[in-house]
Design a protein. Sequence first.
Lengths: 82, 82, 155, 155
Amino acid sequence: MIKVVFFAALREQLDCSELSLSSEGIATIADLKAQLANKNEQWQQVFANGALLSAVNHDMVTSEQPIKSGDEVAFFPPVTGG
Amino acid sequence: MIKVVFFAALREQLDCSELSLSSEGIATIADLKAQLANKNEQWQQVFANGALLSAVNHDMVTSEQPIKSGDEVAFFPPVTGG
Amino acid sequence: MMTENTYPEISIQTADFSLADEVALLEQDNAIDGAVVTFTGRVRNKNEGKDVTSLTLEHYPGMTEKSLAKIICQAKERWRLGRVKVIHRVGELFIGDQIVFVGVTSKHRQDAFAANEFIMDYLKVQAPFWKKENTNQGEHWLDAKSSDEHKAAKW
Amino acid sequence: MMTENTYPEISIQTADFSLADEVALLEQDNAIDGAVVTFTGRVRNKNEGKDVTSLTLEHYPGMTEKSLAKIICQAKERWRLGRVKVIHRVGELFIGDQIVFVGVTSKHRQDAFAANEFIMDYLKVQAPFWKKENTNQGEHWLDAKSSDEHKAAKW
């Protein structure tokens, strides 16, 4: 299983802060994104945003990043703290 | 009259913190320096130091700076505060 | 296991902090560092022409600490630093409230200035915090500024 | 006539100062500035390999205030600043004692960082202060550092 978490505007748009899904057929962040976008039109729209950032196990990564069962993957908008 | 003040190492080397002298024959800082250096060998040596800084009426100036009666002239080593 | 002391240089908290106490800790038993630079970020009453009433700060627990620890490490690699402390508040904050503190000591001022600004510039683009602005015209998530990307890129 | 308030942004004093109080004054009734940067310079226990016991700070009253006021003016011309405060102590100071404080507020952090470092860099080469170092090997006046000239020249 892969744990997926969402933050800030993204969490509100999806009305979802966390979900788990099977790692079957998911080799990279790009695969995971494609599968999530497939859920419905709303999710498709949200994941079409090229500015979204992703992290695996608390490290910022690119779409090519390999992922595996047990990983915690996060999607969120560009950060605005400080 | 011109008021002349000395600070820090310079004041200690000259063993003098303040003196007044006539502005006669003194048109610039360079003139004043030459006259002070003329006092004795000790003063000559001290004023031979090219790193000395000068100020007229609390503004840093160069040797060419004109001075006149009533001015307060200061000589001191490079500053080391902060 | 993560304990409270995993990242002693980093604190993510809802509570306010005391600048004086933080600087006292940076200076305590520290007679070798002559320079102390602090940055404090506060909630402003205006942003892009709108009247702000409060900010709500969200973050990604775990990743926040890890990303800040990485930024502090990079700063220590680049400059001769003594002590470092980074505090970031989360939750709802009001006008004039302190949001973030970065404190750095060093033997020399140039290192302290550079490292402090570096940490802030990277915090702004890499640490997972998000601000929702509450204004008299409603609430909205702030957009990231491209100027912040440029500041971080210049180091 | 010079009154105590001729230079409200500048204080030359033998007494110690409180970082917290100074920052509170910079922030008081100031909801437009989101960034506060402070620099504090302290007496170090070592300098160029010698064990320092204390420093004696001399200055040129009148010129000190005038030169600092000029530096602050230049900073305000160059960056969008809110409030500025510069404090410099004189007399005998011991290990760990605060020597100098520069506090700056601004709407934006970049201006606050740059202006604070600019003020310190210029104070170091233009404000008439001199340090006599008292060490276990006797006392001596400190020499100016050419690196300080270079720092000021780079602005």
